[in-house]
Structure formats: structure tokens, C-alpha cells
Design a protein around this ligand. Structure first.
Ligand code: A2R
Ligand code: GDD
Length: 319
């Protein structure tokens, strides 16, 4: 089998490549755009901007993949408030370019589209944990783009007989994630404080929100299983099934440090609007693939904090 990962230099892409190489005998091809990442030791790496349709067709014709993981995106909710038009361009227009290029092929590869638990948006208390049939009420630009992406994916699957499986991924965390995201942000701050590179004061945003966190290694395992066992045209939640507040999360991270740290609210980290709670019902994924979470949250937090301790000290961390 040949797998093509579009947007492979990001957080999920790097973990996905590792998993595929360790657990399959697939050939792996990857695309990157700006980031100079060490995606080495695979069968091919291409520079590809999904806003440029010709580049996508070129790569597809060279690789002729059986499986396509479409990870490329503007992936941050916070950033989507600051760059709404760019987020819409990359996540919607870019995805349409990818699907159009695939539709032109003379065969039907399988495609995995990555949507988000944020698509559900303003969830009512009686709808928790949320399942795939629930109405979507997105509360930010990023969420709206992912809802549109998956709707378009469903349309292409029906109209052109394309083999498209879609996921709604809830928050995923782990080593080597951009510190624009909450766990990496908190762990980086703690590591810098411990190393005395920063005063012992942490800046935080909305601690009341509740989110459903899963280790990225479990998330990419779900993606692999769905690539093999998912049903075309269907959407699957990928999450732990348990939401915790950002305050609880912060306290878990702080409990891993011996240093006394003061916590302060930073207005700049507050969003114009933040969804109160997002929690996944993952029974469809479990029933279809037998997937379950294997890595406890505390272990992920410990490893992520260690990653940042090493990074702050200028050392490598391999996990
Ligand atoms: O800027 P780079 O070189 O790191 O590339 C990013 C890539 N990307 C693009 N690729 C092709 N054409 C574009 N116009 C374009 N814009 C961005 O998408 C990066 O390698 C990747 C996204 O990686 P992260 O931001 O680290 O996101 P993560 O956590 O890996 O999320 C993967 C998927 C996304 O669809 C998220 O929305 C979803 O999972 O949660
Ligand atoms: N980043 C950040 N920094 N978030 C904070 C902070 C802080 O200091 N304090 C509180 N939060 C809260 C945010 O308001 C939000 O409610 C929650 O922590 C998670 O924020 P992020 O980690 O920034 O994630 P996101 O909102 O961009 O969404 C992530 O999860 C989605 C699935 O639910 C991304 O990975 C998306 O790509 C993904 O689709």
C-alpha cells in the first residue's frame, strides 16, 4: 500500500508517520509547505501548497497513493479569530482543491478528512456526550470551516463515488506540539519557570472551558484503523469520551512540578467566544474498529512536560 500524508510536517503528521513506519509495511509519501521538518527516512517528500491545485495533481500523479491522509489546515481556534479569511481559504478552499484533484484520478484512493469536535459547538447539556448525528452549532471560524469541510466531503463521496472517511477529532496532545495549544503552552511555561528563564508566574486564558483530551499517539492509531475499517461517506468522533476543565488540566500539570507557581489571567489569551464544553461519544469508532484509549492523560502530561524541560535545556527528546 502507498500512503500519502498531506500536511505531514505538523504535529499529527509527525506522529502518524512514526506509527505507520512502526506498524505497517506501507510506503509513505509526505507533503510539507513552510516548515523545515525532519520528515526523513520515508519514500518521498514533496513541497505542496493546497491553495495551488496544479501542485496537488502533480504529486498525486507521481505517487498514485492508495491512502490519502489530508491533515493540512490552519489548525488553531485562537488563530482563526485573528486570520478568519486565511483559515477559510486553507481549510475549505484548500480541501476542495485536494478533493477536485483526487476526483480527476482514473482510480479511487481512500481519503481521510480530519474535522473537529469543535464542529458541534454549542452543545446542550442533554446532548452530552455528543454523537455524530447531533446538529452542529459551530461557535468560531475554525469550527465552521471544519463543518463545511466535512459536509463537502460527504457531497463528493455521494456525487462522485469517492472513497472518503471523515473524522471529528477532539483535542489531541503530546510531545512536539506547537505551544499555541493549551497543554504545550502550559508545559512550556512551567519548564521555563523551572529553568529560571521566566518569573514564577503563569499566564492562562479561559480555565472554565471543558475539553476532551487524547494522546496524539492514540489519535493517529484511530486514523490508521479508520483508513482500513471505516465506512465511506461516514463520520467518526475521535476522543477520549471524558471532558475535563482547563483548570483541572492546569492543576494536573502544576502537580508535576516542585516549583511554586502563581497563576494569572491574561486577557490576550481569552477568545471573543469559547464553547463551554465539548465531550465525545466514541461508541461508533469503538464498535467499528475496537479502538480504545491506551495512554492515560497523566502520562501524556508528564511526557509533554519532560519534552519541554529537555527543549528548554537544549536537549533532544525521543518518545
Ligand atoms: O506550515 P507547515 O509547513 O507546518 O504546514 C502545515 C500544513 N499547512 C499546509 N499544507 C499545505 N498547504 C497549505 N496551504 C497549508 N497550510 C498549512 O498543515 C502543517 O504541517 C499542517 C498542519 O499541522 P498542525 O498545524 O501542526 O496541525 P495538527 O495538529 O497536525 O492537525 C492536523 C489536522 C488538521 O486538519 C487540524 O485541523 C486537525 O488535525 O485537528
Ligand atoms: N491555547 C490556550 N492557551 N488555550 C487556553 C489557555 C491558554 O493559555 N487557557 C485556557 N485555554 C482554553 C481555550 O480557551 C480552549 O477552551 C481550550 O483551552 C483548548 O484550547 P487549544 O488547546 O488552543 O485548542 P483549540 O481550541 O485550538 O482546538 C484544538 O482542538 C480541536 C478539537 O477540539 C485544536 O487541536 C484543533 O485543531 C482541534 O480541532
Amino acid at each position: 500500500m502507498k500512503a500519502l500524508i498531506i500536511g505531514a510536517a505538523g504535529f499529527v503528521g509527525r506522529h502518524l508517520i512514526k506509527n505507520i513506519k512502526e506498524n505497517t509495511n506501507w510506503q509513505v509519501y509526505a507533503t510539507k509547505i513552510t516548515r523545515e521538518s525532519d520528515i526523513a527516512d520515508i519514500d518521498g517528500v514533496f513541497d505542496l501548497d493546497i491553495l495551488n491545485p496544479e501542485e496537488i495533481s502533480d504529486v498525486l500523479n507521481q505517487v498514485r497513493p492508495d491512502y490519502i491522509f489530508h491533515l493540512a489546515a490552519q489548525s488553531s481556534v485562537a488563530l482563526s479569530w485573528k486570520t478568519p479569511a486565511l483559515t477559510i481559504d486553507i481549510n475549505i478552499k484548500g480541501t476542495v482543491h485536494v478533493l477536485d484533484a483526487i476526483a480527476l484520478l482514473d482510480y479511487r484512493p481512500r481519503i481521510l478528512l480530519i474535522g473537529s469536535g469543535e464542529e458541534y459547538g454549542f452543545i446542550r447539556p442533554n446532548e452530552l456526550p455528543i454523537n455524530e448525528e447531533n446538529p452542529l452549532r459551530p461557535g468560531n471560524i475554525y469550527a465552521a470551516t471544519k463543518a463545511a469541510q466535512n459536509m463537502i466531503g460527504k457531497i463528493y463521496a455521494q456525487a462522485y463515488g469517492m472513497d472518503i472517511v471523515m473524522v471529528r477529532a477532539f483535542n489531541h496532545i503530546g510531545t512536539d506540539q506547537d505551544p499555541i495549544f493549551v497543554v504545550a503552552d502550559f508545559c512550556k511555561q512551567v519548564a521555563m519557570i523551572e529553568a529560571k528563564q521566566h518569573p514564577a508566574v503563569m499566564k492562562v486564558g479561559n480555565l472554565k472551558a471543558k475539553r476532551d483530551f487524547t494522546d496524539v499517539r492514540d489519535v493517529v492509531q484511530a486514523y490508521l484503523l479508520l483508513m482500513e475499517k471505516g465506512k465511506s461517506g461516514e463520520i467518526y468522533n475521535v476522543g477520549s469520551g471524558h471532558a475535563i476543565s482547563i483548570e483541572e488540566l492546569l492543576n494536573m500539570i502544576l502537580s508535576l512540578s516542585d516549583v511554586k507557581i502563581e497563576v494569572t489571567n491574561d486577557e490576550a489569551k481569552m477568545r471573543p467566544s469559547d464553547i463551554p464544553i465539548i465531550e465525545a461519544d466514541v461508541s461508533k469508532l469503538h464498535d467499528s474498529t475496537q479502538w480504545t484509549v491506551t495512554i492515560p492523560l497523566m502520562q501524556t502530561l508528564r511526557e509533554t512536560l519532560d519534552f519541554w524541560r529537555n527543549k528548554v535545556a537544549g536537549l533532544d527528546y525521543d518518545k
